[in-house]
Design a protein around this ligand. Structure first.
Ligand code: MG
Length: 201
């Protein structure tokens, strides 16, 4: 399976990064080796001094598809989850300045946290999610605030890359991204259900 991640998909997050809103979904990949095994803590890697959390809604692909029309896109997923796209922000900034690819900042081992449960959610207008760090609310988002919705993303990405059963799409983070340090504790909630419970070591 592969992990596809969308960048700058919330207006206020693009602003906090000093970026423009993209004209089409901006995406990059993480390999399956990026998945943090279930119930494992996240160990801060020694190559970065600035690891940031980015809480994101996930969709799981349930059907093989390529060149998927927008009006058919919703039949390619039915389950929604929550994840954290850990980012080595210092390395990412270096890559951006040099015009290099982002992989070492985004695709490193255990940089993809996938919540314990995926839910079938029928009403896409009622998806709310939040992240607490050490008990304090640091990020909250709503699927309605995405620049490109799930169907736009599937339509766009599948023009270039075949989507396969089990692929996961990280659909972008809302504002409020920030650093983690050893000893922090992160909790992610999807519509009030806690599905991320993570110690930083
Ligand atoms: Mg992200």
């Amino acid at each position: 399976m592969k992990i596809i991640c969308i960048g700058k998909n919330y207006v206020n997050h693009a602003k906090e990064m000093g970026s423009k809103i993209p004209k089409e979904p901006l995406f990059f990949l993480k390999p399956d080796s990026a998945i943090l095994p279930k119930k494992h803590p996240f160990f801060i890697p020694d190559f970065s001094k600035e690891i940031h959390y980015e809480l994101e809604l996930l969709i799981k692909i349930k059907k093989l598809g390529k060149h998927i029309g927008k009006k058919f896109a919703s039949s390619y997923y039915s389950e929604i989850g929550l994840g954290i796209d850990f980012t080595a922000r210092d390395l990412q900034n270096e890559c951006k300045i040099n015009g290099h690819p982002w992989e070492k900042a985004k695709a490193f081992d255990h940089s993809a946290v996938i919540g314990s449960t995926f839910y079938s959610i029928n009403n896409l207008n009622e998806i709310h999610f939040e992240l607490k760090k050490n008990g304090n609310l640091v990020q909250q988002g709503n699927a309605n605030d995405m620049v490109f919705n799930f169907d736009d993303i599937i339509h766009h990405v599948s023009k270039f890359i075949t989507l396969k059963i089990g692929d996961i799409i990280f659909t972008g983070t809302p504002e409020g991204v920030g650093p983690v340090k050893i000893g922090d504790y992160l909790e992610g909630f999807l519509n009030g259900n806690k599905i991320i419970d993570l110690n930083i070591k």
